[in-house]
Design a protein around this ligand. Structure first.
Ligand code: ZN
Ligand code: FE
Ligand code: FE
Ligand code: FE
Length: 168
């Protein structure tokens, strides 16, 4: 959908557009997480990122189920926001030499991704309920809970380990 074509005419269209947006975003996250895992050295951080990568794969299949419930083929639409967040993460990582400081940078970038996802799923769930798509709302609520838990876990790792070591 183009920026100038005004092809989003209803809440239904908006819902589907943002569903395609997050479908694209989750796929970009699947490509980006292994790079973050490679660059990170703190074991708790790499473990958390690895387990979230496995969750992210399940999240993609939940989105595919949502498209199925809409009788649509799963389709992504470019999300400039996630592209920007990932680009920023790559640039930041390339500028950090110290491995412990790099961990703190990677962790912060991962949390930026989680926060983006939390806003998208929050809106999608609210719209799905409004549009009486309760089965889809339920699927997306499972994913939202995972995103929030991943973010919380990262906060704990930052505060208890990674930031302490990086500042040390
Ligand atoms: Zn569009
Ligand atoms: Fe996700
Ligand atoms: Fe987006
Ligand atoms: Fe996530």
């Amino acid at each position: 959908m183009g920026i100038f074509s005004k092809d989003i005419k209803s809440m239904e269209d908006l819902f589907q557009h943002v569903l395609q947006d997050i479908y694209y975003a989750e796929q970009q996250i699947i490509k980006s997480l292994p790079k973050m895992i490679d660059k990170a050295t703190n074991r708790e951080l790499t473990t958390a990122l690895k387990s979230h990568l496995a969750e992210t794969e399940k999240q993609v299949s939940r989105l595919e189920q949502a498209f199925e419930l809409l009788n649509q083929k799963p389709k992504g639409t470019t999300c400039p926001a996630i592209d920007g967040i990932i680009k920023e993460a790559d640039e930041l990582a390339s500028e950090i030499a110290d491995k412990k400081v790099l961990d703190a940078g990677i962790l912060a970038a991962a949390q930026a991704v989680e926060h983006y996802e939390i806003t998208r799923y929050g809106s999608l769930i609210a719209w799905a309920s409004e549009l009486e798509k309760e089965a889809i709302a339920k699927l997306l609520a499972t994913t939202l809970a995972e995103e929030k838990a991943a973010d919380k876990k990262l906060t704990t790792i930052a505060e208890k380990k990674v930031n302490l070591k990086a500042a040390g």
